[in-house]
Design a protein around this ligand. Structure first.
Ligand code: MSP
Length: 646
């Protein structure tokens, strides 16, 4: 049953900084493909991970004063946390520093040497460090890196080379025989014109100028080129064995159905990657799909411009579904798109709150009101509009399926929203509130309610790979059973027997346009990388100013969770003769038991205030950003409570 499996991958990202919405986009897009194929009953494998070696990572780690391993370990935790927040459904997470990966890369490299695909030579060339890429003089643009526009360095070193020329004919043949291998099609022309026609040069595949990487077994002063190391992840994660004893997973899932990448790394995936696979005698993936880039109004996202959008900000404020919806809908297939706060708020209000949200709320409320929550049975086409809606829905399912099978997610989404609009229009046409006034129209009213519920059920399944919380809520409110929550179950409009509907929460509340645009802009401006600030004369405070703050040593006697706020703890703190109640936002880092007995620093002359209904008479000092790390300032036990802190 080879075609019942589906293997898809994202690029493995460089752990060099915080991930922005661009990185999130690729991962969310791939997640949608994985979820859709699971809905269709396929056996799915979805891989993502990190590309942890190379000079660039070593430099970033040094700048942070960490060993590269410590740095990548921290970044891997962060990446996993982000994917958890975004509910990414990956089945595996590969890190190129893992033993399962390193040992296979080493063997592959030796195999290439043994086969004569890789030979030892001398490299003299132009290297772009941020892109980890070599270029020839002719490839440079105005003497700078053609990919990122930065300065390149002249480098000379003994290196191994991969004889690409051995495989060019087979590569061109692959492009011709599998027209979908490079998608979208226009990218194929770019690759052929820019890289194949000018003559594909042998690729330099080792370095001796740094050591953060996988060393060549037979010549350990060489580190394997990070792209050879990285590309291999797609098979090492499955359990590929260069000596032929592959794992079951590998036999089952290789070759991949679609490998999703951004347009910036298409060259590596459509030239070097298939050539490496050919050299290993393996099949190539069915498709490399290269999506475009998320840009900002003023060009590329960059910290210095202060136009970076981080996914956490959107998710925490507007929900994961809103982020997924906007990103997926806004980037046309294979093309670039622009993120604008205005566009985000407009789409949220129009598509999610108004069109889809309202359709659900109105339908459930009407079934509740007119039929006590019981969805009437399907009686065929009763009103003049029923067959039109049924046909529209059946067509939508077919079109969406075809588009999703071609990975055209934004086009599929616009088909789904056509059905949403058509269903809203059906309400206007049938006017259920008029039918409800006439007892003789009860059957017509029942048919309208069934058609609406059925249309919403179809929509719930079609949006399930995209809107994770909303589809759950739709299923819940409509009473769609677990076993009917799959693609097959929506192919026959009119076959489903509903239980009772259940009024539920409103997932998308209309946003105040100006307020939210302002909020997002503000959050973006906070991302500007600020130069180290000098303290200006007028910013100094005097000793008198400082002494206004009254700080004393306190001992936590009792501590419990705040009754209404997860983030808060309520402590009873002995400060000299008195005991004060203090509320602190520290529960992510401390349990009540951790706090009891601690000697802490208390600001005692802070105006008392109620925090979520509980009075707080002071503040316990702590260090850290409160999100990732936090530590309460502690005082040695020999100092008595009530002593001044100065
Ligand atoms: N480590 C390599 C990939 C190795 S794969 C064997 C790498 N990593 S990266 O961290 O730089 O990630 C690049 C990828 O991030 C792009 O291909 C794309 O998927 C995603 N994006 C980065 N910026 C983006 C946008 N502004 N918009 C959309 N996607 C973007 O290259």
């Amino acid at each position: 049953m080879a075609n019942n499996t589906f293997y898809t991958t994202t690029p493995i990202y460089y752990p060099s900084g915080k991930f922005h919405i661009g990185t999130a986009y690729t991962t969310i897009f791939t997640d949608v493909l994985a979820r859709y194929n699971r809905l269709k009953g396929k056996d799915v494998r979805f891989l993502t991970g990190l590309d942890e070696h190379g000079n660039k990572i070593q430099t970033v780690a040094e700048e942070r004063g960490l060993t590269p391993q410590k740095h990548v370990d921290e970044m891997a935790d962060e990446a996993k946390e982000l994917w958890k927040l975004l509910k990414i459904s990956n089945d595996d997470f590969i890190r190129t520093t893992e033993e399962r990966h390193k040992k296979v890369v080493k063997r592959i490299f030796e195999k290439f040497i043994e086969q004569g695909d890789i030979y030892l030579g001398n490299y003299e060339g132009l290297y772009c460090k941020p892109c980890e890429s070599f270029y020839t003089e002719t490839q440079l643009v105005d003497g700078k890196c053609p990919d990122c526009g930065r300065e390149v360095d002249k480098i000379k070193e003994e290196s191994y080379f991969f004889k690409m020329s051995n495989y060019v004919d087979r590569l061109v043949n692959l492009y011709e025989k599998n027209p979908k291998f490079i998608s979208p099609e226009f990218r194929k022309k770019e690759i052929i014109n820019n890289f194949i026609k000018p003559g594909l040069e042998d690729l330099c595949v080792s370095r001796t100028t740094f050591d953060w990487g996988i060393s060549v077994d037979s010549n350990p002063k060489h580190v394997i080129y990070v792209w050879i190391d990285a590309l291999t992840n797609y098979i090492t994660a499955l359990g590929y064995d260069p000596d032929g004893n592959h794992s079951e997973l590998f036999n089952k899932f290789w070759p991949a159905n679609v490998q999703v990448v951004g347009k910036d790394i298409i060259r590596f995936h459509t030239i070097y990657w298939p050539i490496m696979l050919m050299a290993l005698g393996l099949e190539v993936p069915e498709m490399i799909y290269a999506h475009g880039f998320f840009m900002m109004k003023d060009g590329k996202m960059s910290k210095s411009k202060g136009n970076v959008i981080y996914p956490e900000m959107i998710v925490n404020k507007y929900g994961n579904d809103a982020l997924r919806y906007y990103l997926l809908r806004e980037l046309p297939y294979g093309q670039d798109g622009v993120f604008t706060p205005d566009g985000f708020v407009a789409r949220y209000n129009a598509d999610l709150a108004n069109d889809l949200g309202n359709l659900l709320n109105r339908t459930v409320a009407m079934i509740d009101k007119y039929f006590d929550g019981e969805v009437p049975e399907y009686k065929g086409n009763v009103t003049a509009f029923d067959s039109i809606l049924k046909e529209f829905a059946d067509n939508a399912v077919r079109n969406v399926e075809n588009l999703m099978d071609e990975y055209k997610v934004p086009d599929a989404m616009s088909e789904i929203w056509n059905l949403v609009s058509r269903s809203n229009k059906y309400i206007d046409e049938t006017m259920p509130w008029v039918l409800a006034k006439d007892e003789a129209k009860k059957e017509e009213l029942g048919s309208v309610m069934y058609h609406l519920a059925e249309s919403l059920r179809v929509i719930a399944t079609m949006v399930a790979p995209i809107l994770l919380d909303m589809s759950e809520e739709m299923y819940k409110q409509l009473g769609v059973k677990e076993e009917a929550r799959n693609w097959n179950a929506i192919k026959d409009f009119g076959t489903y027997k509903f239980d009772k509907v259940q009024k539920g929460i409103i997932v998308f509340n209309r946003l105040d346009v100006n307020e939210e645009i302002e909020y997002i802009r503000n959050e973006m401006s906070k991302t500007v990388k600020k130069p180290v600030q000098e303290v200006k004369e007028e910013d100094y405070i005097t000793f008198d100013d400082f002494s206004k703050v009254d700080m004393k040593v306190g001992k936590v006697l009792e501590c419990e969770k705040h009754p209404d706020a997860d983030k808060l703890l309520v402590s009873k703190v002995e400060v000299g003769e008195e005991v004060r109640q203090i509320v602190s936002g520290i529960s992510k880092f401390y349990s009540p038991e951790d706090m009891i007995g601690k000697k802490v620093v208390v600001v005692t002359n802070l105006k008392p205030a109620k925090l979520r209904g509980v009075m707080s008479e002071g503040m316990i000092l702590a260090a850290g950003d409160g999100k990732k790390s936090l530590s309460v300032v502690e005082i040695e036990d020999k100092i008595n409570t009530g002593e001044e802190v100065c």
